[in-house]
Write a protein that binds this ligand. Structure first.
Ligand SMILES: [Zn+2]
Length: 311
């Protein structure tokens, strides 16, 4: 009887330990300026992270474009209060003090996640470009660093002259996993169809300490262009996704899952809270849109015959 009770107690303890959730990670989501519809996409990003139960989100909205220095002085997030910073920002250069604090935060071991046009931002901020590895537009060209692409599983660094950043018309496209042994990609199908989005190509930058996790074949360059990347910046980890042009681009189970995993990995170096592959993850030939009340609010443009020069 005593032995039975003890066994039962041990079992209960084991079950409760197995179920004890890991504490949620604290995310600072920065937005407020973008050449994209940040007012529409920020709630989707928030939902994408919150729906995993792995994160608590604080949204920090910067001053508006062209704000005067006095207004910028009112914006000084305390990065140290967060496990990871996610950027949905592409706009005016942050004040010196905020940039210095952000560099210290990431190099000191903080996590950073760059989403889509966040890699268009800050073309002239060298340390930011080292964090994101590669970026597009914002004056970027061969002087910013090589164009990175993957061919036959090998990473190429093309130093020939040319502008950084391009994309053709939006479309669904296949994401191909290049590194299946990383916590962010582990267990995902080797090839899966992403919802309608821009396929960034010709991204350029210092590309130090970078690993390409997934690519898609560009209709402009005909190369495997990086879509999901990870970097080391000092003691900090960076997850860089080029996906997410519009709300309907983010409303993809593949985007949700890789953003959740990338954010957890940037915060902790692991993907324990987000390891489970959702049953509705997209397949090689079937995209998997996420249903979210009130979305999508953006209407995709009509197909264009030629490549667009806009971001
Ligand atoms: Zn875009």
């Amino acid at each position: 009887m005593i032995r039975l009770s003890f066994s039962l107690l041990a079992l209960l303890v084991a079950v409760s330990l197995a179920r004890s959730p890991l504490p949620p990670l604290r995310v600072l989501l920065i937005t407020g300026q973008n050449n994209h519809k940040w007012e529409i996409t920020t709630p989707v990003l928030k939902h994408a992270l919150e729906s995993s139960d792995a994160f608590t989100i604080t949204v920090s909205t910067t001053p508006a474009k062209g704000a005067d220095p006095a207004t910028w002085q009112t914006w000084h997030p305390n990065f140290a209060d967060y496990d990871v910073v996610v950027s949905n920002y592409n706009g005016d250069l942050w004040p010196d003090s905020v940039r210095a604090a952000f560099e210290a935060y990431v190099s000191g071991g903080g996590g950073f996640v760059s989403v889509h046009a966040a890699n268009n931002s800050f073309g002239d901020w060298p340390e930011y470009n080292r964090m994101i590895g590669v970026g597009g537009w914002g004056g970027r060209d061969e002087k910013s660093g090589p164009w990175l692409y993957v061919k036959d599983g090998k990473l190429y660094r093309d130093t020939t002259p040319g502008k950084g950043g391009a994309h053709g018309p939006q479309h669904e496209f296949a994401i191909e996993i290049q590194q299946p042994d990383h916590p962010i990609t582990r267990g995902l199908p080797p090839r899966w169809l992403h919802t309608r989005d821009e396929l960034y190509s010709s991204l350029r930058g210092p590309a130090e300490n970078i690993e390409i996790l997934a690519t898609a074949t560009s209709d402009l360059t005909h190369q495997h262009e990086p879509n999901l990347m990870v970097l080391q910046y000092g003691k900090g980890r960076v997850f860089h996704t080029t996906l997410g042009h519009a709300d309907y681009s983010m409303l993809c189970r593949g985007f949700y899952e890789t953003l959740q995993r990338g954010t957890e990995w940037a915060a902790t170096g692991e993907c324990q809270r987000t390891a489970e592959v959702p049953a509705d993850f997209p397949t090689a030939d079937q995209a998997s849109p996420v249903a979210l009340a009130g979305h999508p609010q953006q209407v995709p443009p009509s197909p264009k015959p030629a490549a667009s020069a806009t971001k």
